[in-house]
Design a protein around this ligand. Structure first.
Ligand code: GLA
Length: 392
């Protein structure tokens, strides 16, 4: 991995605590190839784990205190008693960490206080799931320090996913749907994961972009629109309302053909109908993309990326001008496809580009941002990487 941070957190732990940590664990950020805003609708997603990771050095304490240090600039150390953890305590970055240990205890695991030092190579606020990288690295660390053995089995990793989700939902207050935590704990090098949030089924889909002469470029717009949090919850609520109005457990039960049925149209507002149309068509695009990847039909993968972006922009209304500019500029300068990835309202896009055109596309994106008077985007090539693990 970005070798540095594993050693850095271990060394910082020695300085802070005056002893060796029990170990160092890490977990990756992610990009979702396609299947956006579908996880909380019992739908399908197709993420990969990123090479960018968050590392945690940790050791047990004899009391119930969590003594937390981050090496990120500007973040103060935090101390909190495990018994005090709540939606308001400790707040800030430490809520993600404390929330995971709290969730494991709530689930009945014998966890206590921890000394913990964290550092991250996952860009924060870029829509690349730095939060899941953090919660899942902490889950892996707590598992290792207290000998829970959950990281060693598939069923155990699902328990860690649940704890990381509970930390975000119940302590941080972000109603996220499970995509990020699942790929952080199950991603594999060279493979995307097809995740089915209705059946719980997970299957690996090989993605060897390089062998096809292609590169997957992540373009971080470096904008984060402040309405994001409330808007995510609002989209989710709107989907739940629509499912309830139709008497369904989830929007997964609908097919594209249902969208034109008179009783469906009558039961929903015009806005709900657009939200539902995104979810229903996006779920179909995931399996179309899996098929295109298996067939090596990269033009089709590119077309599906663009169709997904259009649906997120027009029907789901979670894009923004910067993301739309990345997509149109990337296509105009030689990409096969591009789309926003993650929750939206800023953050990153994924761009599929013939490798010999990567420089040209990145230059075009950079120029476009400059001509609009926006700050420079951060573009980098990624490959599908590994899930949470023990590093030391
Ligand atoms: C965020 C959430 C995920 C998922 C995506 C949109 O990343 O954390 O659960 O809903 O948005 O696909």
């Amino acid at each position: 991995m970005s070798g540095g941070i594993v050693d850095q957190v271990r060394d910082a732990y020695r300085t802070e605590v005056g002893a060796d940590p029990a170990g160092v664990w890490s977990a990756p950020g992610r990009v979702n190839l396609i299947g956006e805003h579908t996880d909380y609708n019992a739908g399908l997603c197709l993420p990969i784990a990123l090479p960018h990771r968050t590392a945690v050095a940790a050791g047990a304490r004899s009391d119930d205190r969590l003594v937390l240090t981050s090496l990120a600039p500007g973040l103060e150390p935090v101390e909190v008693d495990l018994g005090e953890v709540s939606p308001t305590v400790p707040g800030g970055w430490a809520a993600y960490v404390a929330g995971v240990v709290w969730a494991l205890r709530e689930e009945g695991y014998a966890v206590r206080g921890l000394d913990l030092v964290v550092d991250s190579a996952v860009p924060v606020g870029a829509g690349l799931s730095s939060s899941a990288a953090l919660t899942c690295a902490v889950a892996a660390a707590a598992d290792g320090v207290f000998g829970l053995g959950l990281l060693d089995t598939e069923a155990g990793r699902h328990r860690l996913v649940a704890a990381a989700m509970r930390a975000e939902n119940d302590i941080v207050g972000a109603p996220t749907g499970g995509l990020d935590q699942t790929v952080a704990l199950f991603g594999r090098a060279g493979q995307a994961l097809r995740l089915d949030f209705r059946s719980g089924e997970m299957s690996a889909v090989p993605v060897d972009f390089a062998a096809a002469g292609l590169s997957l470029v992540v373009c971080d717009t470096r904008v984060s629109h402040s309405l994001a949090d409330g808007q995510y919850a609002a989209r989710r609520a709107s989907c739940e309302r629509a499912a309830a109005a139709l008497g369904l457990d989830s929007l997964r039960e609908l097919s594209p053909a249902d969208l034109g049925r008179a009783e469906v149209v009558a039961a929903l507002s015009a806005e709900e109908l657009r939200r539902v149309r995104h979810v229903v068509t996006e779920i179909r695009r995931v399996d179309a993309c899996v098929q295109a990847l298996r067939d090596g039909d990269w033009d089709e993968v590119g077309r599906l990326f663009v169709a997904s972006h259009e649906s997120l922009r027009g029907d789901y209304e979670v894009s923004c001008v910067e993301l739309d500019a990345v997509v149109s500029e990337a296509l105009a300068s030689g990409a096969l496809g591009a789309r926003m990835t993650g929750g939206g309202f800023g953050g990153s896009a994924v761009v599929l580009v013939p490798t010999e055109r990567v420089d040209q596309v990145v230059a075009a994106l950079t120029e476009r941002f400059a001509s609009e008077g926006w700050g420079a985007p951060d573009c980098f090539v990624v490959t599908a990487s590994e899930a949470a693990r023990r590093d030391r």
